[in-house]
Write a protein of this length. Structure first.
Ligand SMILES: *[C@@H]1O[C@H](CO)[C@@H](O)[C@H](O)[C@H]1NC(C)=O
Length: 245
């Protein structure tokens, strides 16, 4: 009986802790309608970022550097080559060095929108993958480990949505970054054929810009949908009027 009470009070204790609204009082915020609202927001993002990057379990915000992804699937197509790729156990490093260049906030009635110009000097992504594609009538299967290093990642991230019951609910998330330099590696891209894998990697590293541009529309669609969900889960814990007063 005593054990039961102990277990119960432990469980209830934990749940009452997690049920509390997250304490975001240390976050720098900016007041809407002020003259320097946009520049204040840029500074606020930059100053709050180191805290956010560490993650906040109480608002479902995972650590961002490295950011860990269990699984993601996306289609691709460049000319004759079409297929599907699934990545697993992916770790992404580098987000802590994000620089916020400028922020353009806009709002009317119950809608709120942020356009965030940002750049990340270096990123490194590694994980497992499985690809299944066709080149003409030829079937190509690859699987194993991969890694990608990127430099000078930059772009505008757009967050937009309705404020409902003091919660910001995004109906739009968009980020299609430009990349200054990229290097890819994968253990096997061609049914276990080392020479073809090496040739494909050499090709990919030479023509990465074209490949990236070909891959981006599909990858960004998957990525943006994933990020919208992630952001909405986090935002559902946050009082809009406290964080965006
Ligand atoms: C990617 O992995 C390969 C094989 O393990 C390794 O040789 C290479 O150095 C890695 N790339 C980076 C940038 O660490």
């Amino acid at each position: 009986m005593q054990t039961l009470t102990l277990v119960l009070s432990f469980v209830l204790g934990i749940s009452s802790i997690t049920a509390q609204p997250a304490d975001l009082s240390s976050m720098k915020t900016c007041k809407r309608g002020t003259d320097d609202y946009a520049s204040c927001m840029r500074l606020a993002f930059q100053e709050n970022w180191p805290t956010l990057v560490k993650g906040m379990p109480e608002i479902d915000l995972p650590p961002l550097d490295p950011y860990e992804l269990d699984v993601m699937a996306t289609d691709y197509q460049f000319g004759e080559v079409t297929g599907k790729i699934v990545v697993r156990n992916v770790k992404t490093y580098g987000m802590s060095k994000t620089r916020f260049l400028s922020i353009r906030p806009s709002y009317e009635e119950n809608r709120y929108r942020l356009d965030i110009d940002m750049e990340i000097p270096k990123m490194f992504v590694e994980g497992d993958f499985k690809s299944d594609g066709t080149v003409g009538s030829f079937n190509v299967i690859g699987k194993g480990q991969f890694n990608i290093s990127m430099e000078d990642i930059s772009g505008t991230m757009t967050l937009e949505g309705e404020v409902i019951n003091d919660r910001w609910v995004l109906d739009r998330y968009n980020f299609m970054p430009e990349v200054g330099n990229m290097k890819v590696w994968a253990s096997d891209l061609f049914n276990g054929n080392k020479e073809l894998t090496e040739a494909a990697l050499k090709f990919a590293n030479e023509y990465w810009q074209i490949l990236y541009r070909g891959m981006l529309p599909h990858a960004a669609k998957t990525w943006n949908a994933y990020m919208k969900n992630l952001c909405n889960r986090i935002l559902s814990h946050i009082s809009f009027s406290k964080i965006f007063p």
